[in-house]
Write a protein that binds this ligand. Structure first.
Ligand SMILES: NC(=O)C1=CN([C@@H]2O[C@H](COP(=O)(O)OP(=O)(O)OC[C@H]3O[C@@H](n4cnc5c(N)ncnc54)[C@H](O)[C@@H]3O)[C@@H](O)[C@H]2O)C=CC1
Ligand SMILES: CC/C=C\C[C@H](O)/C=C/C=C\C=C\C=C\C(=O)[C@@H](O)C/C=C\CCC(=O)O
Length: 261
């Protein structure tokens, strides 16, 4: 899929990885809606990006992705404003082992909601033109560690859900490619949460292990993750692939044993 002229919706797009991919999409002449709960970051980011790429290419909608009605409304407003929808990146996520029920709502339940809403606006089963969905997981799903039990569970869930939906898209002829993306450690504000008892709860005592892993495996830049996302958007042969992005191997894909019949 060429990106110029396409319409994208990015959750959690006001900062970090999401902001990096929003900027890359705008660089490639896409129209973008940023859906984020942080009004100040969202409006600040829009002001900066409007200066760089001109007004009329970027919309910001303040929305907590856990609010299903508000998320549905954000998708509809995007189609009303830009005419259609082609790319959805379910990126919003948190690290909060203390309020782990909230974390499941953000990191997994809202990714499921975002995927189903994306299909309503893109799938041929709804008479639409097709598109691409990227659901953001993590390398935490492959290299578990003792301090993020529920975060790890949510990221495993994103992969499992995404792979099944990619199969459903083939069988149902949705015309929509659906991928999971698993970054290693990335230099964003999220990483700071590992130091905080408010986020880590009783697991904060393991923070030195986490920092050891960061030192061992390295920390990536958000722009490199955006590069991986753009490859998933533009390469039509990747439906269902699980992309991994690490310092050691760069952009690569997880290989699964073929299912025995
Ligand atoms: N930073 C890292 O090391 C890694 C991050 N990830 C994942 O990448 C995604 C993005 O993370 P980062 O950019 O690092 O985080 P970040 O904390 O820098 O940015 C997350 C954005 O999502 C927004 N957000 C959070 N909860 C929300 C909600 N309920 N509704 C709407 N917006 C909400 C925040 O306001 C923020 O703008 C997350 O899913 C995270 O789990 C995956 C692997 C590594
Ligand atoms: C407080 C921040 C919260 C979450 C950040 C992030 O989501 C957590 C990441 C957790 C683990 C990252 C692991 C990174 C691993 C690598 O970079 C690999 O090079 C390690 C080598 C092999 C992994 C096994 C495999 O590839 O299957």
């Amino acid at each position: 899929m060429a990106v110029n002229g396409k319409v994208a919706l990015v959750t959690g797009g006001a900062q970090g990885i999401g902001r990096a991919v929003v900027r890359t999409l705008l660089q490639n002449s896409a129209k973008v809606t940023v859906v984020d709960m942080n009004k100040d970051s969202g409006e600040g980011s829009k002001t900066e990006l409007d200066k760089e790429f001109g007004e009329g290419n970027l919309a910001f909608i303040q929305c907590d992705v856990r609010d299903g009605a508000a998320l549905r409304d954000a998708f509809q407003k995007t189609v009303d404003k830009f005419g259609h929808l082609d790319i959805v990146i379910n990126n919003a996520g948190i690290n909060n082992e203390k309020n782990w029920e909230k974390m499941i709502e953000v990191n997994l339940t809202s990714v499921i909601k975002g995927t189903y809403l994306a299909l309503e606006h893109m799938s041929k089963e709804h008479g639409k033109q097709g598109g691409t969905i990227i659901n953001v997981s993590s390398m935490a799903a492959f290299l578990h560690s003792p301090h993020q039990p529920v975060y790890t569970a949510t990221k495993h869930g994103v992969i499992g859900f995404t792979r099944v939906m990619a199969d459903a898209s083939i069988r149902g002829d949705y015309g929509v490619r659906i991928n999971a993306l698993c970054p290693g450690f990335v230099d964003t504000p999220l990483l700071q949460s590992v130091e905080l008892e408010d986020n880590m709860g009783k697991f904060v005592k393991f923070k030195d292990d986490f920092k050891h892993s960061m030192n061992k495996f390295g920390v990536l830049q958000p722009s490199f993750i955006a590069e991986g996302m753009m490859r998933l958007v533009t390469d039509s042969g990747l439906n269902g692939a699980v992309m991994k992005i690490t310092c050691s191997k760069g952009i690569h894909f997880h290989t699964y044993e073929p299912m025995s019949v």
